[in-house]
Write a protein that binds this ligand. Structure first.
Ligand code: FEO
Length: 398
């Protein structure tokens, strides 16, 4: 049975939630599910904006058919070719053979790469600034390369001031019946998952996101329709401000991310004592065991916090694997503008500090404190002074 929602009199959400997916993109746990958004406009011409993941193709096709109510589909606009949105393109175009596919040249190339059929006769190529009039509505196209794939573009409906943003402004989490962000306590309940979505999926490409935000700043926007998560019709400015921070690699808050990797608890003990000392100095600490919390959550808070502390034991003459994985992830996502402190442990030849420095050393404007705490198996009474000194340094830096 179809399951749709009205956005405007002639614009409908025809996507679907997936709550069975264990790992989005095979990497990111999504305990609250995920939504795949698709939008259908009923103007003089009918226009579908993107398709959905194959996991939800059945209800999606029902949604489209129900909303069209017997009308033909005239246009399918493709903003992004990643299969969580484009996997059902082949099914869709087979079902609606009259539909023209509106896309840019890079999308056309990817369509041919993903699907063996020849759709070239049905493709209407657009580029930056081109427009498409569908009756009452007029759309312009905004290229958004590397947000977060090279072919990505956005569409802007100047009639009702709707911006279709592809993955930008998406969130992890199923919609659960709500569609509009203002139907939720977004900043109380969903911002963490929006941050985790942005930082992990798009975070590497802050410069490109900033470029698109500048283009969007020239538009009068009443509705924002992303490919995941909630539609915005009010209060968008506060979310946009978060995007500006994330894209510029500026921390959201003066706080400490304290992540540790500990095999037998001694490194954890040092981290716990540091956390206590920081709390005593009024410093907010967000603390994680890298062997327990998946990297995507810790990376998200690395974008959030201004000061990062990494404590890890030495393993196989290097950095313990869960910390090594986290740090490589942070480096791959291009995090910048942070201060970092390091605590290493090793019972005979501690090398994890050196290894952690090497992974993070190339990041832009990331200052790693020279003073490093080295544990030989366990923190000693005499080293409590070092912990206090580090807490003082961090508190002063904040
Ligand atoms: Fe939601 Fe880049 O796909």
């Amino acid at each position: 049975m179809y399951c749709t929602r009205k956005i405007l009199d002639d614009l409908f959400w025809v996507g679907a939630d997936d709550r069975r997916l264990a790992c989005f993109e095979g990497v990111y746990g999504v305990p609250d599910g995920v939504s795949y958004n698709s939008y259908l406009l009923l103007d003089e011409k009918t226009v579908l904006f993107d398709t959905v993941d194959k996991a939800v193709y059945s209800v999606f096709l029902e949604n489209v058919a129900h909303t069209l109510n017997g009308r033909p589909l005239d246009y399918l606009v493709i903003h992004h070719m990643e299969p969580d949105h484009a996997a059902t393109l082949e099914l869709l175009v087979a079902r609606y053979p009259e539909a023209k596919i509106v896309c840019n040249a890079k999308i056309k190339t990817m369509i041919a790469q993903f699907f063996p059929m020849d759709l070239s006769e049905r493709i209407v190529l657009v580029k930056e600034g081109d427009t498409l009039t569908t009756g009452r509505h007029s759309f312009s196209f905004i290229m958004a390369p590397m947000v977060h794939w090279p072919e990505v573009m956005m569409s802007y409906d100047s009639t009702d001031k709707v911006l279709f943003t592809a993955d930008a402004f998406g969130t992890f989490g199923a919609l659960n019946g709500r569609l509009f962000a203002d139907e939720t306590d977004f900043f109380g309940e969903h911002l963490d998952e929006a941050r985790r979505y942005y930082t992990n999926i798009v975070g590497k490409y802050g410069m490109q996101v900033t470029a698109v935000l500048k283009k969007a700043a020239a538009l009068d926007i009443a509705y924002v329709c992303p490919l995941h998560g909630f539609v915005w019709r009010e209060g968008f400015g506060a979310f946009l401000e978060k995007y500006r921070l994330w894209a510029s690699y500026a921390p959201e808050e003066r706080s400490v991310l304290l992540a540790y990797a500990s095999v037998y608890g001694h490194t954890e003990n040092a981290a716990n004592i540091l956390a206590v000392r920081l709390a005593e100095r009024g410093v907010k600490v967000r603390m994680y065991d890298t062997s327990v919390t998946p990297a995507s959550y810790i990376l998200s808070d690395a974008f959030r916090c201004s000061f990062l502390v990494f404590a890890a034991t030495t393993y196989n003459n290097g950095v313990f694997v869960t910390m090594e994985n986290l740090l490589h992830d942070i480096a791959a996502h291009n995090l910048q503008n942070r201060k970092v402190a390091i605590i290493e442990n090793g019972s005979w030849a501690p090398t994890s500090g050196k290894g952690m420095r090497e992974i993070l050393g190339g990041l832009k404007n990331v200052e790693i404190l020279d003073s490093q705490i080295t544990l030989k198996s366990a923190l000693t009474e005499g080293q409590l002074e070092q912990i206090d000194a580090l807490a003082d340094t961090i508190a002063a830096a904040l």
